[in-house]
Design a protein around this ligand. Sequence first.
Ligand code: PEP
Length: 251
Amino acid sequence: MRKNIVAGNWKMNTSLQEGVKLAEDVKKAIEGKDLKCEVILGVPFTHLASVVEVVKGSAIKVAAENCADHTSGAYTGEVSVEMIASTGASHVIIGHSERRSYYHETEEILKTKVDLALAQGLTPIFCIGEVLEEREANRHFEVVEKQIVESLFHLCEKEFGKIVLAYEPVWAIGTGKTATSDQAQEIHAHIRSIVAKKYGESVANDLTILYGGSCNGGNAPELFAKPDVDGGLIGGASLSAEKFLPIILAF
Ligand code: PEP
């Protein structure tokens, strides 16, 4: 079902102790608030079990920021979906642009990760988005379409229905340059239409599509007010409860 979601992506930030404190701060900050969205904390692997423990009894869910493209075995340094699920985490971010560009994750690798996550009962938060040159060449629509088709369109309708999409224009991530709410709406509507063509209107309407890229307490209300923007994937502003809370309350 389509949901409003505000998800943090801490990336490679915070020591375990700082991360636990940040999760406690977010938990305290939302206590007693009438939340109109689901709140997810995307945290480093080392923090998963501890953060799951901290947020127990609250509305907060926990996501890993990546997963291995194999189930188990001789893959030194990798973390499997089974390991992630065993911490109590419920979601996993897959295909973040930093993984695509710095770690050369292809559509094929990401497709495998999506399949493994779903088989393990984890909800993939699947990231898509164009780089600046693609936007300037007006190729953003075809870029996101290719990303969706090649990593997700092999899924049956039921499995596809479990995916959360995050549209994150790479030029807006960590740059302070947010897409305008009209730009976000335009491409989110386009994404929904691509999904409708493949899976039908009802699946497309049920799909949750988050916006990510320099989203903050100031711009979130306008972005989230758009009919096809169902929330945000938040990097920098998720690293303090003070900055994260206004985004959660933007709905
Ligand atoms: C992200 O990394 O997913 C992100 C959206 O980062 P930021 O909010 O810092 O732009």
